[in-house]
Design a protein around this ligand. Structure first.
Ligand SMILES: [Zn+2]
Length: 370
């Protein structure tokens, strides 16, 4: 509102008072939800490793930008992912800022932390906005004694300290949904993943660290490095426990969460409880989807029809998410009925873009000249 045209001199005190009261009444009434295409939406969690014009076109049409996340650091694809991600970023700096990751294969070699920091600094010099750490730390990689390396292992402390010092967030997908440690359940939203990825289904495998042990190790990173911005992917792997999320957001001011691949879990909690979490921590929750387009993981190159199928499903996902977070009343999510959150516009703006812009310093990343 432009107050420079406020008509003090001409209208007198009565009009000014009436106008002021009118403003108060207007702000007390519910502000309208922004139109879907109007609000900028930042999906902080994508894995797009091919230049697909139909994806750029979708992003432009529905006003979405993403952060492209390189992961994992232990399967030998790191150099290729970095190359493709930075190429895409160079072509479309406003659509594909990059979150890089670090190598885990050379963790037993001398000067691991120093070499890792130097490699990360090279990625930051090219414009990377953050660093991803993946669940392989905790439930896959082991030290020389054959023990699982937890995320708060001293091995990583110099890296975390460096990120804290230079103000780069750690995007942390650590642990898994609690369902990974429970018997397979056909009613679970994670059933299809664990029934087809048995290597990550840890029920009945007591040799693996527990969910609680990995979460405690993740929390310990935030305790040891209180100025390190941590963005917990997938609701910080606490999708089953809204109280546990709130407790940690309260305890660790440097902790944040994003909702990627877990909106489906939120829809199974009572809407008023999810809404209360957003209302209590409006600056700490970020939007994301976790869509992957990774031709380097396929045996054969993707076809045009497969690319278009991916774009179509991505569009449906973004729209269903919006209908849940911004819509009102009954809505359908993954074929289940749920109650939409109808978050107020001020919270939607933070959740959908302002928090990501602030934490990942996106304004600078978007302006970067390739
Ligand atoms: Zn992901």
């Amino acid at each position: 509102m432009n107050f420079s045209i406020f008509p003090f001199a001409r209208t007198g005190l009565a009009s000014v008072l009436a106008c002021t009261l009118g403003l108060i009444a207007a702000s007390a009434a519910a502000a309208p939800t922004p139109a879907y295409e109007k609000i900028l939406k930042i999906d902080v969690h994508s894995h797009i490793f091919e230049d697909v014009p139909a994806i750029h076109a979708l992003f432009a049409r529905i006003n979405i930008r993403t952060i492209n996340v390189c992961v994992p650091g232990g399967d030998g694809h790191l150099a290729l992912m970095d190359r493709v991600a930075f190429e895409l970023y160079g072509k479309h700096p406003q659509l594909y800022p990059v979150t890089t990751t670090f190598d885990l294969l050379t963790r037993d070699e001398p000067a691991y932390a120093a070499r890792t920091i130097a490699a990360l600094d090279r990625a930051f010099a090219r414009g990377a906005v953050a660093v991803k750490i993946w669940k392989e730390v905790g439930i896959e990689i082991k030290n020389r004694d054959g023990k699982f390396i937890l995320p708060d292992d001293p091995l990583f402390d110099p890296i975390y300290a460096h990120l804290a010092k230079i103000g780069k967030p750690l995007h942390a997908h650590l642990a898994e949904p609690i369902d990974a440690w429970l018997p397979l359940d056909k009613d679970s939203s994670h059933y299809s993943y664990y029934s087809t990825n048995p290597q990550w289904h840890l029920y009945g495998k007591p040799e693996y660290p527990s969910h609680a042990a990995i979460i405690a190790a993740r929390d310990n990173i935030m305790k040891k490095h209180p100025t390190l911005v941590v963005v917990g992917a997938h609701l910080g792997s606490l999708e089953h426990d809204l109280e546990g999320i709130a407790e940690r957001l309260a305890r660790y001011p440097n902790f944040h969460i994003e909702v990627s691949a877990r909106t489906r879990n939120l829809t199974r909690h009572p809407a008023e409880k999810v809404r209360a979490l957003f209302e209590k921590f409006p600056d700490r929750i970020l939007y994301g989807v976790d869509a992957g387009w990774m031709p380097h993981r396929r045996d054969t190159p993707p076809t045009a029809a497969q690319r278009q199928g991916h774009v179509n499903s991505l569009e449906l996902r973004y729209r269903a998410d919006w209908d849940y977070y911004a819509g009102q009343g009954e809505t359908t999510y993954n074929n289940r009925q749920t109650e939409a959150l109808h978050l107020p516009p001020a919270i939607l703006e933070k959740f959908y873009h302002a928090n990501a812009e602030r934490l990942f310093k996106l304004d600078a990343a978007w302006k970067r000249m390739p």
